[in-house]
Design a protein around this ligand. Structure first.
Ligand SMILES: [Zn+2]
Length: 344
């Protein structure tokens, strides 16, 4: 048997060191902090740093705590997850520890390995506490506007998301993410506050934490000027097994992603827009399945003069400028545009 993982309890009275780097170094491992709120009968959970290369949430927490830990509307449980991955050199560059699974794919059994046991420990803390909401704060790995992701589309999740973002992605895809597991028990939202390393994303994360902590009722009616755009079931575009991906045309890879691919995040891409250069295997180097597992590559994309282009207008999300992440996770997500978007 392997040892269970415990989350170290941080003392709210002990302010962190003055830089986020020093704080990360000093953390005893995966940690949690329980902040007493104005209404002690209710509690919310904030999870961050599930991915070690997504530091905006940790930076915002650090600044929030250094500012004196303002009393939240309700009790707030903060969980800081992938401390070890984040401080594996070079700092804030590893999504997960080398050789381990992605923690945000481990929130379902089996739990045998280290990330599985950490995911299990995080779920156990949430279950023990019964929060009225769970917010999981991430960065995208490429530059992107902020957006929220949920597995349910209802008035509560729309109101919750619109506190923080203008875009909500609703997905039926179950990857073993925290959101998939937690939603069975608590209203849960993932917020992607923008690209890692982008000062705007850090500022957005600070705003997310401030609003989440201070808003009295998270699921109030949507404001009359509701601007939330909702996208259902985006499709992941993945590299086929054995295919190679690069950003450098000199590599002659199977897929050479356009150098400015992240510029398209949340853009509407149209037939003729070049998303990548294709190699000798053409579209066969790619796989796209919808949330039911149906192959949809040919429906959504075409090969045109050796390039990958949309076959129909597509919204593109979560493109990254990192070849390793594009190859191991996915190149990007796309959602067919609604008719009214195409006319604009
Ligand atoms: Zn993430």
């Amino acid at each position: 048997m392997t040892d269970p993982v415990t989350l170290h309890r941080l003392d709210p009275a002990q302010r962190p060191p003055d830089t986020v780097e020093a704080w990360l170094q000093a953390l005893p491992g995966p940690a949690m902090l329980h902040v007493p709120g104005a209404d002690r009968r209710r509690v919310r959970a904030l999870v961050t740093l599930l991915h070690g290369n997504e530091p905006s949430g940790l930076k915002a927490l650090h600044a929030w705590w250094r500012a004196g830990l303002p009393t939240p509307a309700t009790d707030l449980l903060v969980i800081i997850a992938s401390v070890e991955a984040a401080r594996t050199p070079p700092r804030f560059s590893h999504r997960h520890r080398p050789g381990e699974r992605d923690l945000n794919r481990c929130f379902r059994a089996p739990w045998e390995d280290a990330p599985g046991r950490l995911a299990q420990a995080i779920m156990a803390e949430l279950v023990a506490l019964g929060p009225e909401a769970v917010l999981d704060l991430h960065n995208t790995s490429g530059p992107s506007p902020a957006f929220a992701v949920s597995v349910l589309d209802d008035a509560r999740h729309r109101a919750f998301a619109s506190l923080f973002c203008d875009h909500l992605i609703v997905t039926d895809l179950r990857l073993g993410a925290l959101m998939d597991a937690a939603e069975h028990l608590f209203p849960t939202l993932t917020v992607e506050c923008g690209g890692s390393g982008d000062p705007q994303a850090d500022a957005h994360a600070a705003q997310v934490i401030q609003r989440y902590a201070s808003t009295d009722h998270l699921f109030g009616a949507l404001p009359a000027t509701d601007t939330l755009k909702v996208f259902h079931n985006p499709v992941r575009l993945e590299l086929a097994q054995g295919a190679r991906l690069s950003f450098d045309p000199a590599d002659q890879a199977d897929i050479t992603l356009a150098a400015d691919i992240t510029r398209h995040n949340f853009d509407l891409c149209r037939p003729g827009d070049v998303l990548a250069a294709l190699g000798p295997h053409g579209l066969n180097a790619l796989v796209a399945r919808d949330h039911r597992g149906r192959p949809v590559l040919q429906e959504l994309f075409a090969a045109q003069e050796g390039n990958l282009t949309p076959r129909q207008p597509l919204h593109l999300f979560m493109a990254t400028a990192r070849a390793d992440i594009a190859a191991s996770d996915c190149l990007f997500y796309v959602a067919p545009a609604a008719r009214q978007d195409v006319r604009q």
